[in-house]
Write a protein that binds this ligand. Structure first.
Ligand code: GTP
Ligand code: MG
Length: 137
């Protein structure tokens, strides 16, 4: 079984759609291995988005993810990384198909509801930013 790091971003928490999104993963057969509502620190945000530090939108990314609480989760299952990415849909909501999470809930690139790790290596790195070992069951 594989683990992946999922963040339900501030827009999702504010809109009270966290439960619906978690239910989609559970219905699919994936399980929640860790979960908490938390305010992301600027230090955590910068680490998390390190691959984007040279991009013009890096400041906005950090500002947004730290603006209000997120639901941080470790989702587990067979090929969980790819499974979650396909359920999320394309990064830009203009391209995300109806039936995907972004395709059903998002209209804006910057407020696109959810983050999911893009590889097993990213998942390991990102889980360590948001969870201690004993918080992952
Ligand atoms: P995450 O799961 O959130 O990492 O999304 P992703 O892997 O589909 O996209 P990527 O890692 O390339 O970008 C991270 C986040 O930056 C995206 O979810 C968007 O919210 C934001 N982003 C990506 N590209 C752009 C851009 O060109 N402009 C702006 N404003 N935001 C962007
Ligand atoms: Mg990404």
């Amino acid at each position: 079984l594989e683990n992946t790091l999922v963040l339900l971003k501030p827009d999702a928490v504010k809109r009270s759609i966290s439960g619906e999104i978690i239910a989609r993963f559970e219905r699919r057969g994936l399980t929640v291995a860790a979960m908490k509502l938390m305010k992301v620190s600027r230090e955590q945000a910068k680490k998390h988005y390190d691959e984007h530090r040279e991009k013009p939108f890096f400041g906005e990314l950090v500002d947004f993810i730290t603006s209000s609480p997120v639901v941080a989760m470790v989702i587990r299952g067979e090929n969980a990384v790819k499974m979650v990415r396909s359920m999320m849909g394309a990064t830009n909501p203009l391209d995300s198909a109806p039936g995907t999470i972004r395709g059903d809930y998002a209209t804006e690139m910057s407020k696109n509801v959810i983050h999911g790790s893009d590889s097993p290596a990213s998942a390991e790195r990102e889980m360590n930013i948001f969870f201690t070992k004993d918080e992952i069951f």
